[in-house]
Ligand binder design. Structure first.
Ligand code: SF4
Length: 902
C-alpha cells in the first residue's frame, strides 16, 4: 500500500508520520516531510512505531467481571447494556454527580467531544476529567488568567527565529526530541542563538545549554518574579505595549519586588550562583526575540499556575508576544492534550473554550446541542475525583485510554478507590494494565493506526490520525462506544453520528456558534479565539484530505501561526492581564524522617506506562530498568550503593528500584522515572510514592516535590535471565521484565536463600527434562551460579546469579538469541558471559536507531580522538537519525576526555 499520512501518538510535538504496511503485514514509518511541525524528522519513539502495533496483549473482545470472579468474554450488546444500565441506575438513585468519566490526552478530539457532550449536556455532570490534568492544567489556568482563554501564543518556528530560548522545567531533548532537534539545528546554523535551561537536574538538555540554572525545586516564581523586577528596573519595559494592551502591572510588580527584588537574595533562595542568575537576567533584558518554553517542571507543582503566570508576566512587560521569535510557550506532554481542551475535556470547562461558570456560555452550548440539560458547576478534578470514588460519593467511573493506578499521585489510593467503586468501566487497547485489573467491564478500543480522527499539537496545529490497519478482533473506536452507551441511556438524538467526520463537523460548528456576533436575542459574550469555522462542512472527502492546519481558522482564513499580533486578547476588554504571583515553597518540606526530595519524569525511549513502547526491543535497550538516581553523598548517608536495590518511602507509599548516580541530580534530591508499573516490575510505581497535593487553581498535582527517604532493600542474591519463552517472575523478591529481540530479559533479585541453585534454575527456566542440553557453572563460596539451556544448538535461555550485583554485561549474550546456531566459540564463552574475542560487547545502548552501544562509542572517541558528535555520527552513524542521543554523545566525549586527562 502507499504510505498513509498520519500523526505520531506520543508527545505533544505532534510529528507527521508516513506509515506503510508491506505484503507481510509489517508496518514501517518515516517522518512526513510535508508536515510543518517536524518536516520529516522523528525521534526514536516515533521511528519505532511500527514495532508497537502487533496484537500481542491486545484487548480484542468485551469482558465482564463480577465481584470476586475472573473476567468472562461478553458480546458488545451485553457489555454496552451493562454499562448503560449501570450508569442509569446510579444516576436515578444518587443523581448525575454520582457518575464520572476519567479520560485521556491519548484520545482523539472526536472521542473527547462525544464523551464531554454525554457528561455535561445529557447526564448533566461535569465529573469528566482527564490525565491531561496531570501534565498541563496549570498552563491552561495560567493562559486563561493572562489571556482570557487557553491560548498558546506562538509556534515552533519562533524557537528557530529567537535570539534566546529559555527552557524551563523541561528536559526537551528527551521529552520533546523533535522540538529540541529544531532548536539544536537552528543553533548550529546561527550560533548566536543562546540557550538557557532552568532545571534542578542536569539533563541531556542542560548539557547543550549556554547557561544552566540548577534551581532548587519549587523556586521558579522567585526566579521569574526576580526577573520581572530586574526588567522593570533596567529599562526593559515596553511602556507603550503595557499601556495599550495590558492591565495589572502595578500589583504584579509590587508582588515581584516584595518577594524577589534583590537578585542576590533570589540567587540564594533558588540555590544558584549570583553571577549566573544575573547573566540570565541580563541576557533576557537584552534579547528582544526571546521564547520561554515551559513544561511539566513548571506545571506539576502546588504553585504551578503562579509559575506559569510569572513567566508570562515577563513577556507582557517587555511586549515580547505575538511577534516572530518571541513569547511564552507551553509545550504539552500528550499528543492531544490541546484537542481535549478544545472540546472541554476538563472538569472546569465547557466545549469550545467556554466556561462552565459563565451562564451565557452554558446557554450557547446547550442551545447548540439542544441537550436536555447542561452541567452548571465545575466537576471533580482528577485527584479529587478519585478521592470521591474512595469516599463512595462517586459510584461509577468510566476510564478511557489511561492508567490512573499508575499515573495518579498517591496511586495506591486510586487503586483502593477503584476496588470500592460499584462500577468501573475501562476502555483500552491492551488487556492487562494495573487499572484494568480493577475493571468490572473492559471495552476494546481501536489503537493508533486503526482509529481515525484529529489531534491538536502544542502549536495549535490540528492534524489527522488516519487508519491504515484493520480493526482487530471486536475493537471499536472510542467515539462509537460512547455513542452506543448514550443511545442505550436514551439519548439517541445527540449521538447519531455515523462517522468521525460528522463529529468533527459538529465540534467545528460549535466553536463558531454565536462567536464574535451574538445571535439575535442571545446573550452577548466576548469573542472566543478558538474558532474553527473555516473547517465547517468538509464532508468525508474534505476531512480525509485535511492537511495540518493551525487554529484559529475563521471562515475566510487558512489558519493562524501566531496569536495576538493585533495586541487583542480574549478578556472582555481585549487586554492581557499581569497576575500578581506569590512565591511559595512546596507544601511538603523535607524533614528528619523524609529528608530527600523526590522528582519524577520521563526517560528518553519510553512513553507513559509502556503499554506500547515496552514492546519494542529498540526502545527498551536504552533504559531497561526502573532506577533511583541520586547524589553519591546522599547514597552514602542512606547506606545504598550504585547497582544495588533500594526502597524509596514517602508518607504515601514506597517503591523498589536500582540505585544509580547519573550525575545530574543535586544533593538532597532523587529522581525516579514514571513509566514502570506492575506489568513490568515487581514494585516500581512511582505514583504510589508521590504526594497528592495539588495547585489550588489548576488542580495539577505536585509530582516534582515529595519528601522521601531512601533505604537499602536487602536481598541475598542478584541475577538476570534471558529466555525465549516468558518466565514466571511474580514470586521473586524483585523483578523487572524487558522485551528483547526474540527473548525476554529479567533482572531479578531474591531474599530467600537459594540452597540448590541448579534445581531452582532448571525449574524457573523450564529445563526439567533429563535430556535438556544444560550447561552450568557454580562457585558456591563466591555465591556465583550460571546456567544455560540449549535446544538443538540454539540458546533457549540462560541465567546468571551472584551474591553481588556485578554480573556479566547483557549485550553480547542478548545477541546470541538472534543466532540460529551457537558457534563453538560462543558455547565456550556462554557461561563466561562475554566473547573470547575483542570488541564484541558493545555495551549499554546509546543510539537506539542504529543499535550503537556505549563501549563502541567510547572506544571510537578514545582511539580516533573525536571531539564532536558529528565525527561519531560520520564514523558509527550514532546520532545520525533522530538525534535523540546527540546530547549523550556530547557527554561521552566529555567523560572520555576527562578520563584521559587524569
Ligand atoms: S517528538 Fe517523537 S514522540 Fe514526539 S511526536 Fe515527534 S516522533 Fe512522536
Amino acid at each position: 500500500m502507499s504510505a498513509v499520512a498520519t500523526t505520531c501518538p506520543y508527545c505533544g510535538v505532534g510529528c507527521g508520520v508516513l506509515a506503510s504496511v508491506d505484503a507481510a503485514g509489517a508496518v514501517s514509518v518515516t517522518g512526513d516531510p510535508q508536515h510543518l511541525s517536524n518536516a520529516g524528522r522523528l525521534c526514536v519513539k516515533g521511528a519505532a512505531l511500527g514495532e508497537t502495533v502487533d496484537l500481542h496483549g491486545r484487548l480484542l473482545h468485551p469482558l465482564l467481571r463480577a465481584p470476586g470472579a475472573a473476567p468472562r468474554r461478553a458480546g458488545w450488546d451485553e457489555a454496552l447494556d451493562h454499562v448503560a444500565s449501570g450508569f442509569r441506575r446510579i444516576i436515578n438513585e444518587h443523581g448525575p454527580d454520582a457518575v464520572a468519566f476519567y479520560v485521556s490526552g491519548q484520545l482523539l478530539t472526536e472521542d473527547y467531544y462525544v464523551v464531554n457532550k454525554l457528561a455535561k449536556g445529557y447526564i448533566g455532570t461535569a465529573n469528566i476529567d482527564t490525565n491531561s490534568r496531570l501534565c498541563m492544567s496549570s498552563a491552561v489556568a495560567g493562559h486563561v488568567r493572562a489571556f482570557g482563554e487557553d491560548l498558546v501564543p506562538g509556534c515552533y518556528d519562533d524557537l528557530e527565529q529567537a535570539g534566546l530560548v529559555v527552557l524551563v522545567g523541561s528536559n526537551t531533548a528527551w521529552c520533546h526530541p523533535v522540538v529540541f532537534q529544531r532548536i539544536a539545528q537552528a543553533r548550529e546554523q546561527r550560533p548566536s542563538l543562546q540557550l538557557v535551561v532552568i532545571d534542578p537536574r542536569r539533563t541531556p538538555t542542560s548539557e547543550s545549554a549556554d547557561l544552566h540554572l540548577p534551581i532548587k525545586p519549587g523556586t521558579d516564581v522567585w526566579l521569574f518574579n526576580g526577573l520581572l523586577a530586574f526588567l522593570a528596573r533596567h529599562g526593559a519595559t515596553d511602556a507603550a505595549f503595557v499601556a495599550t494592551h495590558t492591565n495589572g502591572l502595578a500589583d504584579a510588580l509590587a508582588a515581584a519586588e516584595a518577594d524577589a527584588g534583590d537578585p542576590a537574595e533570589v540567587a540564594h533562595i533558588c540555590g544558584v550562583q549570583p553571577p549566573d542568575l544575573l547573566e540570565f537576567y541580563q541576557w533576557f533584558a537584552r534579547q528582544e526575540q526571546t521564547v520561554s518554553l515551559f513544561s511539566q517542571g513548571v506545571n506539576q507543582s502546588s504553585s504551578g499556575t503562579d509559575k506559569v503566570n510569572s513567566i508570562i508576566n515577563c513577556h507582557l512587560l517587555t511586549g515580547r508576544i505575538g511577534k516572530p521569535g518571541m513569547g511564552p510557550f507551553s509545550i504539552t506532554g500528550q499528543p492531544n492534550a490541546m484537542g481535549g481542551r478544545e472540546v472541554g475535556g476538563l472538569a472546569n470547562t465547557l466545549a469550545a473554550h467556554m466556561e462552565l461558570a459563565n451562564p451565557a456560555h452554558r446557554d450557547i452550548v446547550q442551545s447548540f446541542w439542544q441537550s436536555p440539560r447542561i452541567a452548571e458547576r465545575p466537576g471533580l478534578k482528577a485527584v479529587a475525583l478519585f478521592e470521591a470514588i474512595e469516599l463512595g460519593t462517586v459510584k461509577a467511573v468510566w476510564i478511557m485510554a489511561t492508567n490512573p493506578v499508575v499515573s495518579l499521585p498517591d496511586a495506591d489510593r486510586a487503586k483502593r478507590a477503584l476496588a470500592r467503586c460499584e462500577l468501573v468501566v475501562c476502555s483500552d487497547i491492551v488487556a492487562r494494565t494495573d487499572t484494568n485489573a480493577c475493571a468490572h467491564v473492559l471495552l476494546p478500543a481501536l489503537g493508533w493506526g486503526e482509529k481515525d480522527g484529529t489531534v491538536t499539537n502544542s502549536e495549535r496545529r490540528i492534524s489527522r490520525q488516519r487508519a491504515f490497519l484493520p480493526a482487530p478482533g471486536e475493537a471499536r473506536p472510542d467515539w462509537r462506544i460512547v455513542c452506543e452507551v448514550a443511545r442505550r441511556m436514551g439519548y439517541a438524538q445527540g449521538f447519531d453520528f455515523a462517522a468521525a467526520h460528522e463529529i468533527f463537523d459538529e465540534h467545528v460548528r460549535l466553536t463558531a456558534f454565536r462567536n464574535r456576533a451574538a445571535a439575535p436575542g442571545g446573550p452577548a459574550t466576548a469573542p472566543r479565539v478558538l474558532d474553527l469555522g473555516g473547517l465547517a462542512g468538509l464532508g468525508r472527502a474534505g476531512y480525509d484530505a485535511l492537511a495540518p492546519v493551525q487554529w484559529p481558522i475563521a471562515a475566510t482564513s487558512k489558519g493562524t501561526a501566531r496569536l495576538f499580533a493585533d495586541g487583542r486578547y480574549a478578556h472582555a476588554d481585549g487586554r492581557a492581564r499581569f497576575i500578581a504571583t506569590a512565591a511559595r515553597a512546596p507544601v511538603h518540606a523535607p524533614d528528619r524522617e523524609y529528608p530527600l526530595i523526590l522528582n519524577t519524569g520521563r526517560v528518553r525511549d519510553q512513553w507513559h506506562t509502556m503499554t506500547r513502547t515496552g514492546k519494542s526491543p529498540r526502545l527498551t535497550g536504552h533504559t531497561p530498568e526502573p532506577f533511583i538516581d541520586m547524589h553519591p553523598r546522599d547514597a552514602l548517608r542512606c547506606g545504598v550503593r550504585a547497582g544495588e536495590l533500594a526502597r524509596v518511602h514517602s508518607r504515601w507509599g514506597a517503591l523498589v528500584a536500582r540505585v544509580q548516580h547519573g550525575g545530574g541530580v543535586l544533593a538532597g534530591n532523587v529522581f525516579v522515572p514514571i513509566h514502570w508499573n506492575d506489568q513490568f516490575a515487581s514494585d516500581a510505581r512511582v505514583g504510589s510514592v508521590v504526594n497528592p497535593v495539588v495547585d489550588p487553581i489548576s488542580g495539577e498535582p505536585e509530582f516534582k516535590h515529595t519528601p522521601v527517604r531512601v533505604e537499602p532493600f536487602a536481598v541475598r542474591w542478584y541475577g538476570f535471565a534471558l529466555s525465549r519463552p516468558p518466565l514466571a517472575a511474580a514470586d521473586l523478591t524483585y523483578w523487572t521484565s524487558i522485551q528483547g529481540e526474540q527473548f525476554l530479559r529479567y533482572e531479578v533479585a531474591g531474599h530467600p536463600r537459594l540452597d540448590d541453585r541448579s534445581a531452582w534454575a532448571r525449574a524457573w527456566l523450564g529445563a526439567t527434562d533429563a535430556g535438556a542440553d544444560w550447561l552450568e557453572y557454580e562457585d558456591r563460596s563466591a555465591g556465583v551460579y550460571r546456567a544455560a539451556h540449549v535446544v538443538e544448538n540454539r540458546i533457549e535461555s540462560c541465567v546468571f546469579v551472584s551474591s553481588r550485583p556485578e554480573l556479566p554485561a547483557r549485550t553480547w549474550l542478548s545477541g546470541l538469541f538472534e543466532q540460529e546456531r551457537l558457534e563453538e566459540a560462543d558455547r565456550v564463552s556462554l557461561l563466561v558471559g562475554e566473547p573470547s574475542g575483542p570488541g564484541a560487547d558493545t555495551g549499554p545502548m546509546v543510539c537506539s536507531c542504529f543499535g550503537v552501544g556505549r563501549h563502541t562509542i567510547c572506544d571510537a572517541i578514545r582511539t580516533q580522538g573525536f571531539d564532536h558528535p558529528a565525527q561519531i555520527t560520520a564514523s558509527l552513524r550514532a546520532g545520525g537519525n533522530c538525534g535523540s542521543c546527540v546530547p549523550e554523545l556530547r557527554q561521552l566525549i566529555a567523560e572520555v576526555r576527562a578520563a584521559a586527562a587524569t
